[in-house]
Each structure stands twice: as structure tokens, then as C-alpha cells.
Write a protein that binds this ligand. Structure first.
Ligand SMILES: C[S@@+](CC[C@H](N)C(=O)[O-])C[C@H]1O[C@@H](n2cnc3c(N)ncnc32)[C@H](O)[C@@H]1O
Length: 196
């Protein structure tokens, strides 16, 4: 088995998905980041590598399975995710959330509702792991108006579901973007549904 698959089957997020998460963090420079499901902390460290110096990464696991992070920006909570979302997560604080703990449908569904109702900042983005495969989490992504990033050529499960914290806002595409597309020969007349 390749190193890639060994790493994937060991329970950590697959490397390409970690790269996508890092790209999102670089792009959105979130101040408060939450990871539900720390495990051995590989993705935690990968996110911390690229997050702003002044950001805080809150990471939660029902059981401690890592040796600590040595980074004052990372706060680990040995806690059930639902308890964390109900009692600990500061209200309307989270700009970027990675949901990767208990993957059962009811649990994740409750998490997404609690995140949206209580924890997310208005510009927040929720990214769910393992939306492809036996858990049926793609249905939650669809229900919440999100989209899926998956590489089914590499494996039959995994993938990321991306959900804006609040229902998609219809925005006019900025004139500067339209002009750039037009200059490149792209028609943008119908592209009014622009996610800011
Ligand atoms: C797939 S692993 C997380 C992988 C990690 N995010 C990564 O990318 O390396 C899932 C983790 O969720 C934790 N977990 C399961 N149920 C949980 C719950 N109800 N609350 C918090 N953590 C939970 C498990 O202990 C396990 O460490």
C-alpha cells in the first residue's frame, strides 16, 4: 500500500484535503478556527502552519490522542463536541470550522445546526470531512446549500463539504471581476450568483 493510503487509512485527513483546507485558511485568514475531532493533531498542525499569527485554533476531541502542540495559539479541549458547541464555544465567533469527529448523520446534523445557530461569525465557513461514502453526509451538504470537493479517482470515500455559515447571499458580481472576465473572453452575464 502506498504511503498516501497508509496515511489516509490511519484516520487522519487525506493529504490533498489538508492542502485544500490550508488553501482556504490562507485565502480567508480567519481569526477563530475550530476543529471538531483532533485525533493525533496532524490537521491541527497543518492549519496552524498557515493561519495568521494572531489567530486562535480551538480543537476538540472527546479523547486526548496527541502529545500537545507547543503553540500558544492552539487551545485543545478534551470534550464532547456537542458539549463544546453548547457550553464553551464563544457565540458568533468562528470564522472557519473543520467538522471531523463522530461522522454519524444525526451527530453531524446537530453540529451543523448548533454551529449555525450559535457559534459562527457572519463570514464563517464550515468544512465537513468524509462527506462521500457510507455516512450519507453529502445529504447534509446538499440540504445546507453547500458544495462538495472530492477526488473519487483516488478513493471512494472522504472528500470535503463546504457550507457557508449562513444561507447563500445573492450578490452582484463586482464590476472589476466582470471586466476581468470579459477581457479574458469569458461571458459573465449569467454569473450573478457570486459568493463573496
Ligand atoms: C477522523 S478522527 C479526526 C482526524 C483529524 N481531524 C485529522 O484530520 O487528523 C475523529 C476523532 O473524533 C473524535 N471524536 C469522536 N466522537 C467525538 C465526539 N462526540 N466529540 C468529540 N470528538 C469526538 C475521535 O476521538 C477521533 O479522535
Amino acid at each position: 500500500m502506498s504511503d498516501y493510503l497508509m496515511e489516509y487509512y490511519a484516520g487522519s485527513t487525506e493529504p490533498w484535503a489538508v492542502s485544500v483546507l490550508q488553501a482556504m485558511v490562507r485565502l480567508r485568514h480567519p481569526v477563530n478556527i475550530l476543529e471538531l475531532g483532533t485525533f493525533e493533531g496532524r490537521t491541527t498542525r497543518a492549519i496552524a502552519e498557515v493561519m495568521p499569527d494572531h489567530a486562535t485554533l480551538w480543537t476538540v476531541d472527546i479523547e486526548r490522542r496527541h502529545g500537545g502542540f507547543g503553540d500558544p495559539r492552539i487551545k485543545f479541549f478534551e470534550e464532547d463536541a456537542i458539549t463544546f458547541l453548547r457550553d464553551i464555544c464563544p457565540e458568533k465567533s468562528m470564522n472557519f470550522v473543520f467538522v471531523d469527529d463522530d461522522h454519524t448523520f444525526g451527530h453531524v446534523s446537530t453540529e451543523i445546526t448548533m454551529l449555525r445557530d450559535r457559534c459562527m461569525a457572519s463570514d464563517g465557513l464550515i468544512v465537513m470531512h468524509d462527506v462521500i461514502g457510507p455516512f450519507g453526509l453529502d445529504k447534509i451538504v446538499e440540504r445546507e446549500g453547500g458544495f462538495i470537493i472530492a477526488l473519487p479517482l483516488l478513493h471512494a470515500a472522504g472528500g470535503l463539504g463546504v457550507i457557508p455559515a449562513y444561507p447563500r447571499v445573492q450578490k452582484k458580481m463586482p464590476e472589476a471581476v466582470k471586466n476581468r472576465l470579459a477581457a479574458a473572453g469569458w461571458a459573465s452575464g449569467d454569473a450573478e450568483d457570486f459568493l463573496g
